[in-house]
Design a protein. Structure first.
Length: 556
């Protein structure tokens, strides 16, 4: 079950509190569809992406063609700034309306499209008949048709339930040749194909519409647009990511992608059935040429997912519950989540989880109450270990150094040093441990590290972080290890890691979803992964719960 923490804004929109949004047009927009704004959430400069979402359930009904009831989800732009509309849903620059329409059982609508306009219908429920030039055409789910001002029509609901549509209403494009007859389309006559952006599986629709499905437990590529692009929820529930925020999206809702060129959007399917959305193609495409990509590793690979050529992301992940325990320091149980690289290629480890180049192991460890850990001769001769305590309590003694340990504490244990670590209390003393090869300048004394007074800093949209240990503290192998917190009902910015770098994540608290490359995987607490260092393999965390999620992040 997806849990969420949403509020009802003054506009009536269900949204995450606080309602921050996406950067304004102060920054020169990129024309790259895979460009993502790297800046943290900042309410002082972000635009309100909630204004770009419309809901038919909150719209006033209006009647056209005698009996057809329409409820507008999106309407023409109100105000002068396309990034700051004056009313919610009033965001269209090149179209007149994106609407939901219904015709009651037994009712008939007839007439002709307004002069100079085109109306494109896509049927989602019910059954009926549309008559043009004396010919009848069956109307049902998956049928689309286009009305123009050069012919009359009569539409009748022949079924027992409402005949329901989504409608695109726009000025008749200059390149359209009027034929005096209806344009008719049946999407079920077309094979499905995997489109762009990883997980879009589409099989067409009438003019300017394309019915796309998203498979269970998958996520299309977050990407941005400067064009007028719109999406309508048709069947099933998704998690909409728009800009830097998330909200549930259900049938009857539509959104326009804010035209910044940096406002990412995606619809995540975390259910067990495919969901359906209508892609509403742009009425006018931007003509500004693409700008060169900056090498900031926010780029995402926008090619469709091809199983035969995609990396096996599961070899870069591990969970301590799936590994066999081993003993170190006399009495500590170690369960390795990730281990040193097996083979010579960091992009193709020879064994699952054996992908680390800066560390020998990333592990979960436990010390039984009243037990004592200590140095064992010949063990870990050239290994430094960083311990981060997650539960229990204890006392560490090494020569003249003595300190207590409790959840949130961290300490460095150098190689070949004598020490005793005693677990006290009634519960196991539990840690996450990073083991790295000691360097020549590695300190040779046990050291407790305390950065608890450091303020949390914002990064990657909704992350809040502070250091646990850094190279200045004597940490080997990595430049820093951070504690990272992700807010409820939010997603971190997808980004990739440069070749030659190493970034490792450990899930400490709360279960989340992991976007790694182009695939979604559960990321339960007690698991870890390394980001494949290709420079274009995206990763991000998605927290759909009502509690913060916390991680350790290791960076070299």
């Amino acid at each position: 079950m997806i849990r969420h923490s949403l509020i009802v804004a003054a506009s009536g929109l269900l949204w995450l509190a606080p309602a921050h949004a996406q950067p304004s047009g102060q920054q020169a927009p990129s024309m790259r569809e895979d460009a993502l704004d790297p800046s943290p959430v900042d309410p002082a400069v972000d635009i309100d992406v909630g204004m770009f979402i419309g809901d038919a359930r909150k719209a006033k009904p209006r009647t056209v063609f005698g009996n057809l009831i329409m409820r507008d989800m999106l309407t023409p732009l109100e105000g002068a700034d396309p990034l700051r509309p004056a009313t919610q849903g009033g965001v269209l620059q090149y179209m007149k309306a994106i609407s939901q329409a219904a015709l009651a059982s037994g009712a008939t609508a007839n007439g002709r499209a307004p002069d100079g306009d085109r109306m494109v219908f896509y049927t989602v429920a019910g059954s009926g008949t549309i008559t043009v030039n004396g010919r009848d055409h069956a109307v049902r789910d998956g049928i689309g048709f286009t009305l123009t001002p050069d012919f009359d029509f009569s539409l009748t609901n022949t079924g027992s339930e409402p005949l329901a549509f989504y409608v695109r209403w726009e000025t008749l494009p200059d390149d359209v040749t009027l034929t005096g007859d209806i344009g008719f389309y049946d999407r079920f006559e077309n094979n499905r194909r995997v489109g762009s952006h990883w997980a879009h599986i589409c099989n067409g629709g009438p003019n300017g519409f394309n019915l796309c499905t998203i498979a269970p437990h998958s996520m299309p590529q977050p990407h941005s647009h400067a064009n007028e692009e719109i999406w309508i929820a048709v069947k099933g529930k998704t998690i909409l990511t728009l800009g830097k925020h998330m909200a549930e999206m259900v049938p009857g809702q539509a959104y326009r992608v804010p035209p910044t060129g940096l406002t990412a959007h995606s619809n995540i399917n975390l259910t067990d059935e495919p969901v359906q959305l209508l892609f509403v193609g742009p009425a006018q495409r931007a003509t500004t040429p693409p700008t060169p990509a900056r090498l900031d590793f926010s780029r995402l690979d926008n090619r469709p997912y091809v199983y035969a050529t995609e990396p096996d992301i599961d070899v870069f992940r591990g969970n301590w519950r799936d590994t066999f325990p081993r003993i170190e320091h006399g009495n500590i149980y170690f369960r390795d989540m990730l281990t040193a690289l097996a083979g010579n290629d960091p992009l193709a480890p020879a064994r699952t989880g054996a992908a680390l180049t800066a560390a020998t192991a990333v592990s979960f460890a436990q010390l039984e109450p009243n037990a004592k850990a200590h140095r064992v001769e010949g063990e870990s001769e050239n290994v430094q270990q960083l311990f981060y305590v997650v539960s229990g309590s204890g006392q560490l003694q090494s020569g003249d150094i003595s300190f207590s340990v409790a959840p949130g504490d961290s300490f460095l244990l150098p190689p070949t040093v004598d020490f005793t670590l005693a677990a006290s209390g009634k519960n196991y003393l539990e840690f996450y441990v990073v083991s790295v090869r000691a360097e020549a300048n590695t300190p040779r004394a046990v050291r407790k590290i305390d950065h608890s007074a450091a303020p949390l800093s914002a990064s990657d949209w909704h992350n809040r972080e502070r250091p646990i240990a850094t190279a200045a503290d004597g940490l080997s192998g990595y430049s820093r290890v951070d504690l990272v917190e992700l807010a409820p009902m939010s997603m971190s910015r997808p980004y990739s890691v440069a070749p030659g770098s190493e970034e490792v994540w450990i899930a400490l608290e709360n279960d989340t979803e992991l976007l790694l490359s182009k695939e979604l995987r559960p990321l339960p607490k007690g698991s870890a992964y390394i980001v494949p260092p290709t420079g274009i393999t995206a990763h991000a965390h998605i927290n759909t719960s009502d509690a913060p999620a916390r991680f350790l992040r290791l960076r070299r």
